[in-house]
Design a binder for this molecule. Structure first.
Ligand code: NDP
Length: 277
């Protein structure tokens, strides 16, 4: 009997990850047999742990904090998206033995903005809060999707400036100091790509950023997204969403990459949000 293909998500910490549950849901939907586990590796141990995993015949891995840069460095081949970002969240061994790195965070966010929120970024003005790894993926994806204006505000302004330089789209990209948010005007979409919620830190945001037409989207999910979503609702946004749908969309994209089968991301998201009794 052929061995069941093995997959994992690497992170530190990682026990909280929903990825094994998502891949099990997708496997049940599509009738595929697979094993998907969490693997905790410290930054010092990640490269050797991942090499050992693939040397043992594993068929793919997702990678999350704090290993996305190390995953990029580990790979032999990089998709154009991963190369542009310098990070990876999907590792796939190729038939010739080389390891491929891809990043699907930005595409996952766009997919959830479209299917979960009904938002098409084309021609819209976006406020991006944060300038870390997730913000970088979001920024490239939003520019590719045709936003008319991307304004980046970050607690550490130099990091926002560096992201703007990397994006290299001066007419459409603008950097604002956090103190300027109150006079920044209004936006069609406000994205929280900071990790403030994860760290239980308060994010002081002015209601003047939004109108009743504004969509608000937090890349975090669960309790970490609650303060931003509550702020957006209180400020009167049209839609206020967390990033659980983005996580499901990125998992679905990994599943498609590895198995060549498109799972039903909407049904999996529904199961996570509203588990059967
Ligand atoms: P990084 O550590 O790379 O970046 C963190 C960002 O948050 C930086 O811009 C940092 O600013 C800012 N920040 C941290 N604390 C505060 C604070 N108290 N006030 C204001 N800004 C703050 O993290 P990532 O970019 O990788 O992740 C960001 C968030 O996105 C996380 O919550 C993560 O869970 C989520 N995420 C969700 C995904 C999904 O699938 N839904 C996928 C990837 C990420 P500074 O530069 O000043 O330090």
């Amino acid at each position: 009997m052929p061995a069941v293909p093995r997959y994992a998500v690497f992170g530190h910490p990682i026990a909280h990850s929903l990825s094994p549950r998502l891949h099990a849901l997708f496997a049940a939907q599509t009738g595929l047999a697979l094993a998907y586990v969490t693997l905790d590796a410290t930054p010092a141990a990640f490269a050797s742990a991942a090499r050992e995993f693939f040397a043992g015949g594993a068929s793919g891995a997702n990678v999350t904090l704090p290993h996305k840069s190390a995953a990029f460095a580990l790979a032999d081949v990089h998709t154009s998206t991963a190369r542009r970002l310098g990070v990876a969240n999907v590792l796939t061994p190729l038939p010739d033995g080389r390891l491929e790195a891809d990043s699907n965070d930005g595409a996952g966010m766009l997919a959830d903005l479209a299917s979960g929120c009904g938002f098409d970024p084309r021609g819209h003005g976006v406020m991006l809060l944060g300038a870390g790894g997730a913000a970088r993926a979001a920024a490239f994806a939003l520019l590719d999707a045709g936003v008319s204006r991307l304004t980046i505000a970050n607690r550490t302004p130099a990091r926002a400036e560096r992201l703007a330089e990397l994006l290299d789209a001066p007419p459409r990209v603008q950097v604002l100091a956090w103190e300027q948010l109150a006079t920044a005007g209004v936006f069609d979409l406000v994205i929280n790509a900071t990790s403030a919620g994860v760290q239980h830190a308060e994010l002081a945001l002015p209601a003047s950023l939004v109108t009743p037409h504004t969509f608000a989207y937090d890349l975090s999910y669960g309790p970490a997204a609650q303060p931003f979503v509550a702020w957006a609702r209180a400020a009167g946004c049209r839609v206020a969403s967390d990033g659980l749908g983005m996580l499901v969309a990125t998992a679905a994209a990994s599943f498609l990459r590895w198995h060549g089968v498109q799972p039903d991301a909407g049904a999996a998201l529904q199961t996570l949000r509203d588990p059967p009794a």
